[in-house]
Design a protein around this ligand. Sequence first.
Ligand code: SF4
Length: 226
Amino acid sequence: MSSDRLIYDITPFTHLDYPGKLAAVAWFAGCNMRCMYCYNSDIVFSKEGSYTVDDLLALLKRRIGLLDAVVLSGGEPTLHELEPICRAIKTMGFSIKLDTNGLRPDRIADLVAKKLVDYIALDFKAGSEKFGYITGSSRYERFRETLDFLIGRDFDFEVRTTVHADLLSPDDINNMMKVLKNRGYNRTYYLQNFIETPNNIANITKPSAEFDRQSLGDLLPTKWRN
Ligand code: SF4
């Protein structure tokens, strides 16, 4: 396995990241977005982390029987060649969840087709009009391609959105729900509030007003995570 330090950090144990499973989290260095509200700027701007894949596998070996799963997060994990990493993790018997912004539909489709991931949390950052402004990326179509791919499969996944009331209004979220519904998504749509830290990429602070949850429509079942 590569001796590069691809992994910025490892959380050895959490019950919060993978629904219903005890998991370790591998935080991969680097990202192909620059979301204004991102609180992982250290990870996003890192070219190298503190751990190699072998370090991760050694930790997991010691956790066989104690953990159910591994979450591949970041940063954006699909920037890295995940196939051999997933194969090694699967050999140890762990389930794998992938957190992704969806900008690498080719790699995601490949991992799903090869049954190397068991669950995906796909970030829906914004509708096409605000996507570039919020994420610093013009590749909304790639996100949409990933979304369509997952909707068309018999595969366990969720779509989630981080909400900062100055960046996304209830109308924006309602329109995003419409996009999801029209494309065939009928699972729970997860929403999570922006978290202010000293490291948010755009130095944005708390929203000037609270997000009005009452103005959300009911096109899809929604659930707030915080
Ligand atoms: S919030 Fe945006 S910039 Fe931060 S890790 Fe996720 S995709 Fe990358």
